[in-house]
Design a protein around this ligand. Structure first.
Ligand code: NDP
Length: 234
C-alpha cells in the first residue's frame, strides 16, 4: 500500500537514501531540502527545520501532493563539534535547535493528521553519540539523547491512536557529515567497530523502512542501533 512519507533532510546522505528506499517501495515521498534538491522520484519541499513556519509550509506542500503524512522520518541534523571549553552557548543551542527542536517541530506538525487517521509512524534519526557520548560533541550528543526521551514520551502518548514512534541510532555512516572526521578519529572508530567497516546510508534506510512497515506494527518506543556493533546498543 502506497503511503505519504515525509523525510526531513532528504537532500543528501542518509536522508536521501531513506527517501529513495521509500520511493522504490512505491510510497509517495516528499523530502525536504534547503535549495540543494532531492533524489529523482521524490518530491522536493523546501524546509528549514529551525523555523516553525517553514516546517508548516513543507507539510502543507507534502499534504497537497500526497495527502496527510503517514510516515515522518525526522532525519535533518547538523554537527558543530568542539570541546566544551570552546563551545559557546550559540554553538550549543544551534545544534540542539536543528537536531532536537527541529524534530519536535516536525513531530508536532505531523501529529494532528496522524491522530485523525488513527495511524502513523514517526522515526527519529539519533546517533550512537546519544548514549556513548563523544568528545567534542556535548551539543550533538545532548540533542540526540533528547530525541530518545522525546520519542519514548510520544510512544506513550500516541500508542492508543495507532501511532508508533521509534528511534534509529546509526554509528559511522559514509556521508558529508562523516567526511569531516579526522584521520586519527576515523582510525580510532574503525578499531571500535566489530564489523570493521563503515555503513552505507542504504543500510540505515533498510532499518527505517522496516520500522515504517507492517512487519514492525508492534514496535514502538524502541531504539534500534545500526552501528556495526560500535556502541552495542548502550
Ligand atoms: P549530511 O550532512 O550528509 O546531511 C544532513 C541533512 O540534514 C541534509 O539533507 C541537510 O540539508 C539537512 N539539514 C541540516 N540542517 C537542516 C535544517 N536546519 N533544516 C533542514 N534540513 C537540514 O548528514 P547525514 O546524512 O550523515 O546525517 C543524517 C542524519 O543522521 C543526521 O541527523 C545525523 O545526525 C544522523 N547521523 C549520521 C551519522 C553518520 O555517520 N553520518 C551517524 C549517526 C547519526 P541541506 O542539504 O539543505 O544542508
Amino acid at each position: 500500500m502506497s503511503r505519504s512519507v515525509l523525510v526531513t533532510g532528504g537532500s543528501r546522505g542518509i536522508g536521501a537514501a531513506i527517501a529513495r528506499a521509500f520511493a522504490a517501495a512505491g510510497d509517495r515521498v516528499a523530502a525536504t531540502h534547503r535549495g540543494s534538491g532531492v533524489p529523482d522520484g521524490v518530491a522536493g519541499v523546501r524546509c528549514d527545520v529551525t523555523d516553525e513556519a517553514s516546517v508548516d509550509r513543507a507539510f502543507t506542500e507534502a499534504e497537497a501532493l500526497h495527502g496527510p503524512v503517514e510516515v515522518l522520518v525526522a532525519n535533518a541534523g547538523v554537527t558543530d563539534d568542539t570541546l566544551l571549553m570552546r563551545m559557546d552557548e550559540k554553538t550549543f543551542t544551534r545544534v540542539l535547535d536543528a537536531n532536537l527542536t527541529g524534530a519536535y517541530r516536525a513531530a508536532r506538525r505531523a501529529v494532528g493528521p496522524m491522530v485523525r487517521m488513527r495511524r502513523g509512524r514517526m522515526i527519529f534519526i539519533s546517533s550512537v553519540s546519544a548514549y556513548a557520548g563523544a568528545a567534542g560533541q556535548a551539543n550533538y550528543a545532548a540533542a540526540k539523547a533528547g530525541l530518545i526521551g522525546m520519542a519514548r514520551s510520544l510512544a506513550r502518548e500516541l500508542g492508543s491512536r495507532g501511532i508508533t514512534c521509534n528511534v534509529v541510532t546509526p554509528g559511522y555512516v559514509r556521508s558529508d557529515m562523516t567526511d569531516r572526521i579526522t584521520d586519527a578519529r576515523r582510525a580510532e572508530l574503525m578499531r571500535q567497530i566489530p564489523l570493521g567497516r563503515t555503513a552505507a546510508p542504504e543500510e540505515v534506510a533498510d532499518v527505517v523502512t522496516f520500522l515504517a512497515g507492517p512487519r514492525a506494527a508492534y514496535v514502538t518506543g524502541a531504539v534500534v542501533p545500526v552501528d556495526g556493533g560500535l556502541a552495542m546498543g548502550h
